[in-house]
Design a protein around this ligand. Sequence first.
Ligand code: PMV
Length: 309
Amino acid sequence: MTTATAPGKIILLGEHAVVYGRAAIAVPVWQVTATATVVSTSPGSGCHVILPNLREEFALRSAGDDQPIAHVARLALAQMGAPADPDWRITLESDIPMAGGLGSGAALSTALVRALFAHGGRALAPAQVSALVYESERHYHGTPSGIDNTVIAWGMPIWFVRGAAPEPFAPGAPLSLLIADSGIAAPTRETVSDVRRGWEAEPARYEAIFNEIGALTRAARGAIEAGDAAALGPLFDANQAALEALGVSSAPLERMIAAARAAGALGAKLSGGGRGGNVIALVHPEHAAPVAHALTAAGAVRVIETVVR
Ligand code: PMV
């Protein structure tokens, strides 16, 4: 039996601007994980995939490439040089909330790719895992920037610029973050295309905002590497203001952000596509409980506390 695990992820700064070539920073969220388990079964039984969370089960040979798990499994098996339909039973489990900007799809694919390679006795570098998972992400998200598969494959904070080699980096001191889910579904595809329309209509204004976000993200990397949470907080706040200017914030998110700041957060912003999804708040560990409480009172349906190391 072979098991592999992958974390969730959250974007700290730089979302949307990253689509236009600026840097973004994302971190793994190890409090939520996806796990893949592979066991060999009797000869001739073929490859079966079981998704207990979704109460779903399918034979690899009869699943189309529109089934994302089947697609990434086939890509991985082909790259390993393994048979296309090995006698393996694959079980995929996850406690990462789905469609919430926490990278649930990329984490499941990452755990799967790692478990398949390990079961086949093959090693795989993070960059190879990332490339395989990106292929499958592209299949159903159009042209994602690639930040999800990158940060999840590395399992470390990542400095990410589209088209450039990702730079994993380490914080100078642990950072305490709260990730609060608004409970509002807002497809990233829609906010990304709204930003594109805005940029087409007013390129100079949007480019200036992207530049500002890029500068904030660069400053944030310095603050994180220095372990300086007090310097990082205001950069979160300024990035939030820039996201508001891009038109991807919303009143419910801003209520949660204001509540977090009032309860003692060092800084707070939306994370990911925006309008709905998550808000992140940077806190001193001793303020985590009151800030989490304030976020819940302001409408959060779930708050995850994570420490970035
Ligand atoms: O909603 P998330 O966490 O998957 O992030 C989307 C980030 C964007 O920059 C808005 C889009 C992208 O592909 O990077």
